[in-house]
Design a binder for this molecule. Structure first.
Ligand code: PLP
Length: 335
């Protein structure tokens, strides 16, 4: 199958699997797993933070981050479409009694700071206490500009807020900007990173921050059930991903740009392309037939009125050529 639903569908290749098989392990709850320790040290080094923590999923990493930043009755300001507001089952509210304050993102994926300002609650017992600004980078494939991050950083310092970045795809942003992770991470207190998307690991996320913060986060990780034992087998995949699969994200971006252009040339209504994502407008009546047409031909798509195509290390240019020709045939057959 050619699977363009998400970059989460990537599977570990032979070299990554062999790194996993030969990983040195220990009980990570005792701090004894050398491979986990090495992965956390590497994430801290790359992000320029004092420490990092390995967690099973990005959802749990964001949850632990929020639980660690905000107490019961406090709030975080977050994008209306942000993963850690909309797509994490309300975990911060359910498990932390933390109130989200969603705001609408601008077209470039940033949360306008004048808007954020309006949502910071005054110090008044009627209101929840605003603690945190949470940004997402990339957001729907969009890279937040470094100039914006610098402004958001200065703004949060001024207003006494912490700044978290949900960086599930932060390495896509770093590669698109042609900078190291630290050049982005310097503008936040904490960030999460997914190893299991374009980086190709089967499992795993990282939370990076100050030593004190990560120490506290360890307790929340334990409480939420994320402290694993011989996790070095998984951390080895993460280490492999950080070493071998970061620079190659450029290929995914180039493939997405190629795909957008190729579809456009064949009168497919491409609305935009950013980093490894292409968004296509599909007439309502075509949504289900398109899905079936592609599925019959071995192609999996997240079809909708806006269909998102995500490139990743398991789809090469040839697979995309196949997709384009099937799409063209579909349009001919339908119209
Ligand atoms: C995928 C994703 C996450 C976390 O997802 P998991 O499937 O729990 O690893 C968090 N934030 C964003 C923006 C994501 O795309």
């Amino acid at each position: 199958m050619i699977d363009l639903r998400s970059d989460t569908v990537t599977r570990p290749g032979a070299a990554m699997l062999s790194a996993m098989i030969s990983a040195e392990t220990g009980d990570d709850v005792y701090g004894d797993d050398p491979t986990v320790n090495a992965l956390e040290a590497e994430a801290a080094r790359l992000s320029g933070k004092e420490a990092a923590l390995f967690l099973p999923t990005g959802t749990q990493a964001n949850l632990v981050a929020l639980l660690c930043h905000c107490q019961r009755g406090e709030e975080y300001i977050v994008g209306q479409q942000a993963h850690n507001y909309k797509y994490e089952a309300g975990g911060a509210a359910v498990l932390g009694s933390i109130q989200p304050q969603p705001v609408t993102a601008a077209a470039d994926g940033t949360l306008p700071l004048d808007l954020v300002e309006q949502f910071i609650k005054p110090d008044d017992f009627h209101f929840a206490i605003t603690r945190l600004l949470s940004l997402e980078n990339t957001h729907n494939g969009k890279v937040l500009p470094l100039s914006y991050l610098a402004e958001a950083w200065a703004f949060t310092r001024q207003r006494g807020l912490a700044l978290h970045i949900d960086g599930a795809r932060i390495f896509n942003a770093a590669v698109a900007l042609n900078v190291g992770l630290e050049a982005i991470a310097r503008y936040c207190d904490t960030l999460t990173i997914c190893l299991s998307k374009g980086l190709g690991a089967p499992v795993g996320s990282l939370l990076c921050g100050s030593a004190d913060y990560i120490q506290r986060a360890r307790r929340w990780r334990k409480m939420t059930g994320g402290a694993m034992r011989q996790a070095g087998i998984l951390a080895a995949a993460g280490r492999y991903a950080l070493e071998h699969n970061v620079a190659r994200l450029q290929e995914d971006h180039d493939n997405a740009a190629w795909l957008a252009e190729a579809l456009q040339k064949r009168d497919v209504n491409v609305s935009r392309q950013d980093t490894n994502m292409v968004f296509v407008r599909v007439p309502e009546a075509d949504v289900a037939p398109l899905k079936a047409w592609m599925h019959e031909r071995g192609i999996l798509l997240s079809t909708g009125p806006v269909t998102r195509l995500v490139t990743h290390l398991d789809v090469d240019r040839q697979a995309l050529e196949t997709l384009v020709s099937h799409w063209q045939a579909f349009l001919r057959a339908r119209h």
